[in-house]
Design a protein around this ligand. Structure first.
Ligand SMILES: Cc1cc2nc3c(=O)[nH]c(=O)nc-3n(C[C@H](O)[C@H](O)[C@H](O)COP(=O)(O)O)c2cc1C
Length: 547
């Protein structure tokens, strides 16, 4: 075991747990917040560079045709990845962060919804591409603009080896034809959610990553998620503005099966990028900095190569989760086997997705719930130092045919739901989700929880990013698994401590990271567009109303 080396990996009591404590929702905190939304100063959801060379992405790309449940739960492993050209890149970007629906609102213009959900529809996450020369695209560092479906070139040349060196010489990054770097523009989300918005960086990033990984899987491309990297160096490579935006994850795509074991080669000093500061349109009239957000983020920063290596290698066996003895009421998951070329494909699941706004009282089946739980909780390729997953799933069942109403914990090892309590908890479920009636109406409410004290002990403050991000990925997969089976879903926020209390004693050491209601939608949902939009700059500037 390698001990956490310094102040930014100092375990419980650290900045991350301070931040988490300070941003918990409770009835008192919600009622006394006093924050009001300055609609005239709402940040634009589009980052528009003013003077970079721009290349339209093609719109005649293939749609991800693999069975959606297989796509979300598998990474192509045993053969070399399919080749990637600009058309595949366009498919990956569209199905993870493209505009898939537009809604006209009387008197307020048109609003553009995207492939993945986003807290408050504020879309804080931007996607950057760092690629070698691909068919149809020169090597370079690019920013993806979902509004006009284009790439803006920030740097020419192949920076993939440099990016890999910032992540401790990760061979999968240097071997990948392209990596997507997810960044967060802090003001977009803190405008509404203030300090709690830092959690949303990872939730909103994680749900995009869920779509991205699944689309890559459907395209036959290997992929992974890298959370350990030198923060400042990656931010500098992308030309991000300090204390305004920051990289949160790197997703290498399309590396060959044999690449993962090879060293990436040395880092040469001449590869260090000169600083760039490309101009982009301001997001809103004024910006208010959230110091709590930046303090939490910076406390979990990795400053140099050796810190990345130490974090990446800090392997220690995690003690088994201290759970209460299994109940005598155990319900084996009744998942259905999926065939790659049958059932709803990933494209349909993504294009049908849209957060459900009202659930019908109609029950879902235990088979549907089982498929959501089974296919969303395996194979999370986070490459974490300590173990495959940081999460445990708890749930409240309100209307699931074949499963008595009550509270449950998913036991991944045995593949069953262990009943904690039987009874009617519909109102409790709605209450835990900040009293939102939407979630009282859900057939089941799922809570993704982690043993945060252990995460921070083993992974330092950066473990906080990892736990939140993994929750975002799992929730994104749960959304897709629900829509693939004709159900609806919506992410939700929650009263933190009350969730732990409700599921205790089983969850007494667990901390909720994210929650999701699933069920039958109470209305007919509109299907998404098939082709990406090409908005004008004026349309991008205007398309920023929220619900
Ligand atoms: C992490 C997360 C938390 C969310 N929390 C809530 C919530 O508390 N209440 C709600 O009504 N919707 C919630 N949503 C749904 C968003 O409002 C929705 O994703 C956004 O409006 C975009 O719309 P779409 O999902 O239909 O594309 C959440 C979504 C995410 C990803």
């Amino acid at each position: 075991m390698i001990a956490p080396p310094d102040s930014n990996m100092n375990g419980p009591g650290s900045k991350a747990s301070e931040y988490h404590e300070a941003t918990k929702h409770s009835e008192v905190s919600v009622r006394t917040s006093g924050h009001y939304l300055d609609w005239d100063n709402k940040p634009s959801p589009f980052k528009v560079y003013t003077a970079l060379p721009l290349q339209d992405l093609p719109t005649d790309f293939l749609k991800p045709a693999l069975n959606a449940l297989i796509a979300i739960s598998t990474v192509p492993k045993d053969k070399d990845s399919a080749a990637m050209g600009v058309d595949t890149l366009a498919e990956l970007l569209f199905f993870s962060a493209g505009i898939t629906r537009e809604v006209k609102v009387q008197g307020r213009g048109t609003f553009y919804f995207r492939a993945a959900p986003a807290t408050g529809a504020l879309y804080p996450i931007e996607l950057y591409v760092v690629c070698k020369k691909l068919e149809g695209l020169e090597a370079g560092v690019y920013h993806f603009s979902p509004g006009d479906f284009s790439l803006s070139r920030l740097r020419g040349g192949d920076w993939t080896r440099t990016l890999s060196s910032y992540a401790g010489l990760r061979p999968d990054i240097s071997a990948a034809p392209a990596s997507i770097v997810l960044t967060s523009m802090a003001w977009r989300n803190s405008w509404k959610y203030q300090a709690r918005s830092y959690r949303h960086w990872f939730w909103d990033g994680g749900v995009i990553a869920a779509n991205l990984l699944a689309t890559a899987s459907s395209a036959g491309l290997r992929s992974s998620v890298v959370l350990g990297f030198e923060d400042e160096a990656v931010n500098r490579l992308l030309g991000l503005r300090a204390r305004k935006e920051a990289a949160i994850a790197i997703c290498p795509l399309g590396m060959s099966a044999s690449a993962s074991g090879q060293p990436a080669g040395g880092r040469s000093p001449d590869e260090l990028p000169p600083p760039i500061d490309p101009d982009f349109l301001p997001l809103s009239r004024t910006e208010v900095e959230s110091p709590d957000v930046w303090e939490a983020h910076e406390a979990s920063g990795l400053r140099d190569f050796s810190e990345v290596i130490t974090w990446t290698k800090s392997r220690e066996e995690r003690a088994p989760s201290p759970t209460a003895p299994l109940s005598d009421r155990s319900y084996p998951l009744e998942r259905t086997l999926q065939r790659p070329d049958e059932g709803p494909d990933l494209a349909q699941a993504i294009l049908r997705r849209g957060s459900t706004r009202r659930f019908s009282p109609e029950p879902i089946t235990y088979e549907q719930l089982s498929n959501v739980l089974y296919y969303s909780t395996r194979g999370v390729p986070l490459g974490l130092p300590s173990r495959e997953t940081l999460l445990e799933t708890y749930l409240i069942s309100n209307a699931v045919k074949g499963l008595p109403n009550g509270s449950y914990r998913l036991d991944r090892a045995s593949g069953s739901l262990e009943q904690l309590r039987s009874g009617e908890f519909r109102d409790v479920g709605g209450y835990l989700c900040l009293g939102q009636p939407l979630f009282t109406g859900a057939s089941a409410v799922l809570f993704l929880m982690t043993e945060l004290g252990e995460d921070l002990r083993l992974l330092g403050d950066r473990g906080y990013r990892a736990a939140q991000f993994e929750a975002g990925v799992a929730a994104g997969r749960m959304y897709l698994a629900s829509y693939a089976q004709g159900m609806g879903a919506s992410g939700t926020t929650f009263y933190d401590d009350q969730v732990t209390e409700f599921f205790s004693p089983s969850a007494s050491k667990m901390t909720p990271m994210m929650a999701l209601g699933i069920g039958v939608p109470g209305y007919r949902a509109r299907f998404g567009r098939v082709l990406p939009k090409r908005l004008t700059r004026e349309q991008m500037a205007a398309g920023s109303i929220s619900r």
